[in-house]
Write a protein that binds this ligand. Structure first.
Ligand SMILES: *Cc1c(COP(=O)(O)O)cnc(C)c1O
Length: 435
């Protein structure tokens, strides 16, 4: 009966039920904000139930790099579905997981040899932090169990991930007492194209000097700080940080969940700096935005130490670990990326974003306009009224989701110049309307 009702009204979305019963990210269920019912998505387009078609400027939060409903990715997931959609990973293994792990090991720097699959970015960060703590415990240094990071970071919404996200924007006050207190250095202040001077690292150096005995690892988003402020900083910072971590005997964790798979113009942002962390997290675009999947990679050094200590095992194992559908589509997404000159696409988007957002620079309410790879940011002087601005953007035919003082774009790599022009023009118009 239900299926018949669904067939006759294929696109009806019960918004009243949604408003009264469903939590959307960071929302109230008693005072809900509008959500736009979407019935399908294809290429760079999102089609709303009322028939309006929006150009997607968000890639569903960094993820859908190839656009929606891609025939190659659809095919990968359908053929895997006919083999098995899921199987436990305890005591069993399968081709999609092995193939994907091979790809990840070969794409990332040589020392990163071990792969742990999990379901989401936040969990991949939890896993990375656990690895760092188990590493030192295995070496008999249980006192090295704190994390050091920089301000303006974002690493996810679970507790350990939250503890290393920016303490001001990252809910620390709310969960005060239940969240680990970590060490925070000033956010890197040297901009992407600038060199880094000793002064830029003075704060983190000082913290390492004082606290290295209790610090397991430094965790940082390389080059681009995402949801914590959409800041781009100099790769030189990372070169120095690598040295400092070595010098103070602290592990280095890179969170490439937002930056991975080409977004910054390199396959991984760490390539801008040419250095290798001890542990690295990937997620988001890993499956081309099709399924939720993440991975934490570790060097042999880290893995060997963990497995030599007590209990000699890495203590984690999610139910849906290495889900075959997710692994199969991730492999297809990575192969698809490698099958074309994506570097040129990202460079083309970089130029288009620079040109398209340029008019915002002159506006009185704009503090900064910055572009790196396929990421474009308009930083305003004061926070935007998200609900009102969202509506204006939708009315202009684009899907962009501002937060705080930031209106930002990270389009799918397949976006055409003309679509990007429309997208950036809509953003400029709306920012002008806010004057
Ligand atoms: C989104 C994000 C996360 C969290 O990933 P989820 O899949 O949302 O749990 C962690 N780190 C960074 C850098 C992110 O951008």
């Amino acid at each position: 009966m239900t299926s018949k009702a669904m067939l006759t009204r294929p696109h009806h979305i019960d918004l009243d039920f949604d408003h009264t019963h469903i939590w959307h990210p960071y929302t109230s269920v008693t005072n809900p904000v509008p959500v736009y019912p979407v019935c399908r998505a294809y290429g760079v387009f999102i089609e709303l139930e009322d028939g309006r078609v929006l150009i997607d400027g968000m890639s569903s939060w960094w993820a859908t790099i190839h656009g929606y409903n891609h025939p190659v990715l659809n095919k990968a997931i359908v053929s895997q579905l006919q083999q098995m959609s899921h199987i436990m990973f305890g005591g069993l293994t399968h081709e999609p997981a092995v193939t994907l792990a091979k790809q990840l090991v070969s794409l990332t720097p040589e020392p990163l040899q071990k792969v742990f699959f999990s379901d989401s970015g936040s969990v991949a960060v939890e896993v990375a932090i656990k690895m760092a703590i188990q590493y030192w415990a295995a070496l008999g240094k249980t006192e090295k169990n704190r994390m050091l990071t920089v301000r303006s970071g974002y690493h996810g919404d679970t507790f350990a991930a939250m503890s290393v996200s920016d303490p001001v924007t990252g809910m620390h006050t709310l969960f005060n007492g239940t969240i680990q207190t970590q060490l925070f250095a000033e956010a890197p202040s040297c901009r992407f194209h600038e060199p880094c001077i000793a002064e830029d690292l003075a704060d983190i150096r000082l913290l390492l000097e004082r606290h290295h005995m209790e610090t397991a690892a430094v965790i940082i988003e390389p080059v681009v700080q995402g949801a914590g402020g959409m800041r781009f900083y100099s790769p030189h910072y990372l070169v120095h940080l690598r040295e400092l971590c070595k010098c103070y005997d602290v592990l280095l964790i890179f969170d490439e969940i937002a930056t991975g798979f080409g977004r910054t113009g390199k396959m991984f942002a760490l390539e801008h700096a040419g250095i290798v962390p001890d542990i690295m997290c990937v997620g988001k675009a890993l499956t081309g935005g099709y399924m939720t999947l993440a991975a934490t990679l570790a060097t042999d050094n880290v893995a060997d130490a963990i497995c030599s200590g007590n209990p000699g095992l890495f203590m984690h194992g999610p139910t849906f670990m290495a889900n075959p559908l997710a692994c199969a589509v991730a492999t297809a997404s990575i192969s698809l990326l490698e099958s074309f000159d994506w570097q040129s696409s990202v460079l083309r988007l970089e130029k288009g974003l620079q040109k398209g957002l340029e008019p915002c620079k002159a506006l009185d309410n704009v503090k900064d306009v910055r572009v790196l790879g396929a990421i474009g940011v308009v930083e305003l002087k004061s926070p935007v009224d998200m609900v009102a601005v969202q509506k204006k953007l939708v009315d202009k035919g684009v899907w962009v989701r501002p937060f705080g003082c930031l209106v930002y774009l990270m389009p799918p790599f397949i976006m055409l110049d003309e679509e990007l022009r429309l997208l950036t023009a809509a953003v400029c118009d709306v920012v002008t309307m806010m004057l």
